[in-house]
Design a protein around this ligand. Sequence first.
Ligand SMILES: [Fe+2]
Length: 163
Amino acid sequence: MANNTNKQHETMVKWLRDLHATERGAADTLDRLAERLGRHPQLVTRLQQHWREKEEQIRAIEANLKRLNADPSRVKDTATRFKSLMDTFATVVASDEPVKDCLTLYALKHYEIASYIALATAARELSDAEITSMCERHLEQDRAMTEFLGTQLAEVTLDNLRP
Ligand SMILES: [Fe+2]
């Protein structure tokens, strides 16, 4: 990104930080959900697999932030801010039932997907091959997880209705 302006550089750094925080927030939701879905072992296995993918995604975002000379401590600030946003969302939308947790996660995954689409578009425009390929890789993983979660929603809902 040597030829890009400061503003473009700042925008990319800001978006990477936002994504980092979003991934972190969603990782916490995944964690909570996996604990509550003991009656859906197939879904739990998939959630745990995605949790590992997500840790990789977070590391890849951090590596790109470092490459762009971004101050890592700012990542923590933004993450804290976003985490409380996620917590508020989770509290408002979700009660203690797994169905609501699934809905929260489904919504968060779509937010992640939309964020990667936007970041990939910007990275392509600014000829940043590393961020572009990172976004493409994460998009593929997040879309697969979201699609699977969508197929499980009905079963989790019906199970919740059972006495
Ligand atoms: Fe993700």
